[in-house]
Design a protein around this ligand. Structure first.
Ligand code: GMT
Length: 374
């Protein structure tokens, strides 16, 4: 199939899922055309069957707000015609599904169905804002197929938007051959030369991630045992987290690594992953850690309980309860047996339910179904 994929290319779960999906589809023989304003963050090298089409938005003195949605729709239209695309798959409803709707409507006799995958804040925050709710609802209703990345998000979508059409659950996935437990390839000695325990956090450092809770938790852990913290990613709350680390005198133990393309080598070097988010429809970072055999301590919120069973592949704690988060992390870090057992359970769960080998065929079947229906 020839598939056009649109996503936010910046650091964020939906862009990561869209990019990994494109790479997996290309590896399975499909032609994949990414259509966005920049090369997606995990597309680190040129690959066979992967193409990128940059959307440029013309600026003009009249445009206080350059119309990206329209430029994207035009590019979708152009790429569909030039490359003979079979369908579009857009990730994150706004504005991508509106652009796809326009590109489909512009077709002259040709079919260009589109799939919308809902990821989280497109439904739980942005889409529910009064200014966007009607158009989000409309573009969901108009999509040829709609998927949500967790049952939690599927239910919220149906209820909050009063959606009457089917929304299918296709959970997020991880490539278990790329994300796997470290044996000798671990980067542990670089960060923990004296065999300190390693805690890791991976996110886009937005307020919803509560990165200050990561620092508070780490400070409590550090009071009890020698430990290091790896902070992977970047975003608006990074500077305040770095300031907190300095104020607590933890600068030598906390490493802010910024945006990284090979996160698997860092994740697999860690002992526990912290995900204290305010809201998380799935928690892809936790799953990537789990595939690396690293248990997570995460908020009991949104779709996270669909990924982590409390006490089995990690622990769930109430939002903002940094004391319990630190206690749970210490429970893992101070018992080699528990670390080993939970790490193995985490890897097993990832292998059993969320490997790309299981999930990608669900997308392929969905594409076939909508092509047959068109
Ligand atoms: O707002 C964010 O956290 C970013 C957002 C995104 O779309 O990039 O993440 C959402 O999608 C991820 C991939 O499907 C999920 O793993 C995250 O849980 C989800 N974030 C939220 O629901 C807050």
């Amino acid at each position: 199939m020839k598939i056009g994929i649109t996503c936010y290319p910046t650091y964020g779960g939906s862009g990561v899922v869209a990019t990994e999906l494109g790479l997996e589809l290309a590896a399975r023989g499909h032609d994949v055309h990414f259509i966005s304003y920049a090369v997606p963050v995990r597309m680190t090298e040129a690959r066979e069957r992967i193409h990128f089409h940059e959307v440029e938005v013309m600026s003009y003195p009249l445009f206080d707000h350059p119309p990206y949605t329209l430029a994207l729709a035009s590019m979708m239209y152009n790429v569909a015609a030039a490359e003979n695309l079979d369908l579009l798959h857009v990730h994150y409803a706004l504005p991508h599904s509106v652009s796809a709707y326009l590109a489909r409507a512009m077709q002259n006799g040709r079919k260009l169905p589109f799939v919308t995958t809902l990821h989280g804040t497109d439904i739980t925050l942005v889409g529910q804002d009064r200014s966007y709710l009607p158009i989000t609802r409309f573009s969901i209703e108009q999509s040829d197929a709609v998927t949500a990345i967790s049952e939690y998000l599927r239910q919220v979508t149906l209820k909050e938007f009063d959606i009457r059409r089917p929304v299918e659950l296709i959970p997020n996935f991880v490539n278990c051959d790329i994300f796997f437990p470290a044996e000798d390839g671990s980067r542990r000695p670089e960060f923990a030369p004296h065999d300190e325990k390693i805690l890791v956090h991976l996110s886009n450092f937005r307020p919803v991630k509560r990165v200050s809770d990561v620092v508070e938790t780490f400070a409590l852990v550090r009071e009890k045992i020698p430990a290091k913290l790896l902070m992977i990613g970047d975003g608006p709350d990074r500077a305040s987290a770095e300031w907190m680390v300095r104020r607590k005198g933890l600068s030598r133990d906390a490493h802010f690594l910024g945006k990284q393309s090979q996160v698997q080598t860092l994740l697999s070097s860690a002992d526990v992953l912290l995900l204290p988010s305010q809201l998380e429809s799935f928690g892809l970072a936790a799953l990537e850690g789990m595939a690396c055999g690293v248990p997570a301590v995460a908020s009991r919120i949104g779709g996270i309980p669909e990924v982590i069973t409390d006490g089995v592949e990690g622990y769930l704690v109430e939002i903002g309860d940094v004391r319990t988060m630190a206690d749970r992390a210490l429970g893992i870090l101070t018992s080699a047996e528990r670390r080993e057992q939970m790490g193995r359970a985490a890897r097993d769960r990832a292998l059993r339910e969320f490997c790309s080998t299981k999930i990608i065929p669900l997308y392929e079947n969905l594409y076939r179904r909508i092509l047959e229906a068109n």
